[in-house]
Ligand binder design. Structure first.
Ligand code: KG4
Ligand code: ZN
Length: 355
């Protein structure tokens, strides 16, 4: 059939997303409700609050996506929903709603792995042959893997502690950036990226991370703590109270971002060498970069330079598809549907998983 459609539902973290995607990778309709402005007020995501907001919005968001597509639920061929990894209570709201829709429509249910969906989003826009290298950097994860098939990933390395997006968010908070009304609904990453443009990346001493560790793992806790220390030191030096805005905020942001990029770039370099040495990607020198942090243009530009040095082609989904959304879930469901293999699961036996 030429007109297959999948409804995707995403509630794993702090975005309630839904979308209908067809087999040609066209988005028929989409809707997204971001909880960021609420969580910025409380200094981070409170799981209970996230759950409540998903609960309040999921039905509306799904209906909005259907309306935008001018479709009824019965018109779609399958329902895909994120079941892992993520916040248990948030995941459960999405799954429960999907189960309810399955019950009323009789449609099949496809459970989705959130990180796999991030990794394969780029294939919605262009043909990318397996195997390829993928770097996922988000608010909950940082991982390097070889994507071998739609459900087969070989992990090369991952963050041993903090995720990069979390370090961005924390740094923005330490700098009181969310107190500024124009930043209230934005994520820490977006705000830090914006300020960093006017700052000096070399304003403070370099933070060395895992420089003697010969693998592809990541660590962002050291950088997060260094940023906090640097911020406090600047407050003290200026004699400012720590709830004010720091005149050096732009320098701190530029320096933080540069050091974060540097660490990611070094790890990626290792991954290129390792992948080649073990022939993991054959002749296919393609790196897919995705996840919330991949929407950062500074990081994209710098990693694209690194990629060309190593003869790699860098592919990033459009910025708004790097952060969480329903489209990537619908597309992942579509890929599973089109594979001809059976990825359906009995809706009553599906459960969510945090990790
Ligand atoms: O993938 P995502 O939407 O949700 C998770 O699955 O975690 O990623 C959200 C994370 C947040 O920590 C946010 O600060 C970060 O991605 N992020 C960015 C940018 N936009 C979002 N980090 C750096 N630069 C950005 N432009
Ligand atoms: Zn994500």
């Amino acid at each position: 059939r030429t007109n297959v459609t999948v409804l995707g539902i995403e509630t794993s973290c702090d975005d309630t997303g839904a979308a209908i995607v067809d087999n040609n990778g066209h988005v028929r309709g989409e809707a997204l409700f971001s909880q960021t402005s609420t969580h910025n007020l409380t200094g981070g995501i409170v799981p209970n609050v996230a759950k409540e907001l998903h609960y309040k919005n999921v039905e509306k968001v799904v209906q909005e996506a259907l309306d935008a597509a001018q479709m009824r639920l019965q018109d779609v061929d399958s329902i895909a929903v994120t079941v892992k990894p993520g916040l248990i209570m948030s995941l459960r709201v999405g799954l429960r709603h999907a189960q309810k829709l399955v019950q009323s429509s009789g449609l099949p249910l496809i459970p989705i792995h959130h990180m796999e969906a991030h990794a394969l989003t780029a294939r919605m826009m262009q043909k990318i042959d397996f195997p390829f290298l993928v770097l996922l950097a988000s608010g909950g994860h940082c991982l390097l893997a070889v994507a071998k098939d739609i459900d087969d990933f070989e992990l090369l390395g991952s963050s041993l502690d903090t995720a990069p997006g979390e370090a961005y968010d924390k740094t923005a908070r330490e700098l009181n950036l969310f107190q500024q009304p124009e930043f209230s609904g934005l994520s820490g990453g977006v705000v830090v990226e914006q300020l960093a443009r006017a700052g000096n990346p070399l304003a403070f001493p370099r933070v060395n991370v895992m420089t003697t560790v010969a693998n592809c793992n990541f660590s962002f806790t050291g950088l997060k703590i260094s940023a906090k220390r640097q911020i406090l030191a600047e407050y003290e030096r200026q004699g400012l109270s720590t709830d004010m805005l720091l005149p050096q905020a732009a320098d701190i942001c530029a320096w933080f971002q540069y050091n974060l990029l540097y660490h990611i770039a070094r790890r990626l370099q290792r991954a290129f060498i390792y992948t080649e040495m073990h022939g993991l990607c054959g002749e296919n020198k393609t790196l897919v970069l995705s996840g919330g942090v991949a929407s950062n243009l500074y990081i994209r530009t710098k990693l694209s330079e690194l990629c060309s040095t190593y003869g790699y082609k860098l592919i990033c989904p459009p910025q708004k598809l790097c952060t969480d959304n329903g489209i990537m879930i619908a597309w992942n469901g579509m890929e599973k549907l089109l594979s001809g293999r059976n990825f359906f699961q009995n809706p009553d036996s599906v459960d969510v998983q945090a990790r």
